[in-house]
Design a protein around this ligand. Sequence first.
Ligand code: GRF
Length: 194
Amino acid sequence: MHQICVLISGGGSNLAALIAAIHCYQWDIRINSVIADRACAGKQHAIAAHIPFHLVDRTLDKTTFAEQLIATVPPETELIVLAGFLSIIPPSLLHHFPRIINIHPSLLPKFGGAGMYGLKVHQAVIAAGERESGCTVHWVNQEIDGGAILAQNRVSVFPDDTPEQLQQRILAYEHQLLPATVARLCAQLPPFHQ
Ligand code: GRF
């Protein structure tokens, strides 16, 4: 059983999609914990699925935040999944857990980097007159949204789209892309023995 830990900050719809896919396809994957950096609606998905939930407060000083994150991620975790986690990943977490992936709601490297999150991404895509956007799953490194790309889904942008409409359309594609990528990565990992 592969062990993954999911970090969230918001609604947790990607977490819900991951939980549903693992259940539906009977993947050999266990979400061992869900960790949030703030009070958020996504907690309910963890609770409903009986997954241990933890809060590591983002308002802590940087060093304590990093220490608490490292102490909270179960040590047997093979892959950390950032599913709408808004805090910057501390370098020390990456040092302890080098396998961290993130999902971003654009076709990286376009519309990524500092300040590009939530509706801001979709506002920028529409303002730039893009005909196409999408979502990306990538490895996390020290650069915001800068790690190697693992998978992308392309999504049309329609002329009269609002940022909210585009966000919702892309989110539906995220819900396919993230579970599929997690399954692919876990299948490549050696079996985990407790
Ligand atoms: C998604 O759009 C994801 O790409 C981004 O944050 C959003 C999280 O949504 N990183 P949810 O909390 O999974 O509903």
